[in-house]
Design a protein around this ligand. Structure first.
Ligand code: DC
Length: 206
């Protein structure tokens, strides 16, 4: 009997803990993991370097991604801006679906995984937290890497991206109707990971 594939969709706003939770979930279950935000960040970085968004999106090579340079607030904003363009989204859609199909068992995290990229995902989680908590975490992460950021600046960045990601017409950030909601505002990393794994175990076992 062939093993049935299993797809986990993890969505939520900026800095809610999706990345950490997705990595831990993928490691726990032995699934592949794709951080789809990195694809949008790579397109944003390409545009900041003078490229055309759709052309960059169609010619991405994730093997060449330099994660550190993609994780700056400037690139995050550029990613959120290019993500409004339906042509950019459709260029990246096939890449994401191919990844999930090839991997068989995969965790994809982003903004529209449970609603658009993998609406038939077996398990869907929507990870959220208050804007203040998210900004505080992102501020600690970025300043810990030596970046010259302020808490106010990071909060403004998080709020601006939330507003743009939620209000765009193409695949806006919204929880899928069948997603399990996890608010990490009051949770430790371990507790948040524990809740995510428990929710997926429950769905797998059902
Ligand atoms: O998850 P992230 O912060 O790395 O994402 C950066 C931006 O990319 C985010 O503000 C919106 C966009 N994005 C998207 O529109 N759809 C996704 N599936 C992932 C990211």
């Amino acid at each position: 009997m062939t093993k049935r594939s299993f797809c986990v969709a993890i969505d939520g706003p900026a800095a809610a803990g999706k990345g950490t939770i997705s990595k831990a979930v993928a490691a726990h279950f032995g699934f592949a993991h794709l951080d789809t935000g990195l694809l949008y960040r790579a397109v944003g970085a390409g545009v900041l370097a003078g490229g055309d968004a759709v052309t960059v999106a169609k010619t991405l090579d994730p093997a060449q991604f330099d994660q550190d340079s993609l994780r700056t607030p400037e690139v995050a904003q550029a990613a959120s801006r290019v993500a409004v363009d339906p042509d950019v989204r459709s260029a990246l859609l096939q890449f994401q679906r191919d990844f999930a199909e090839k991997a068989g068992c995969a965790v994809l995290d982003g903004r529209d995984i449970g609603t658009v990229v993998a609406p038939a995902a077996d398990a869907k989680l929507f990870i959220t937290a208050s804007a203040d908590v998210r900004a505080q975490r992102r501020f600690l992460e970025l300043s810990g890497k030596g970046m010259d950021v302020t808490l106010e600046g990071v909060l403004a960045d998080v709020k601006a991206r939330d507003a743009r990601d939620r209000s765009r017409e193409a695949a806006p950030l919204v929880a899928a109707k069948d997603a399990v909601l996890i608010d990490t505002s009051e949770l430790s990393i371990e507790q948040a990971i524990g809740q995510a794994i428990a929710a997926i175990e429950k769905i797998k076992g059902a």
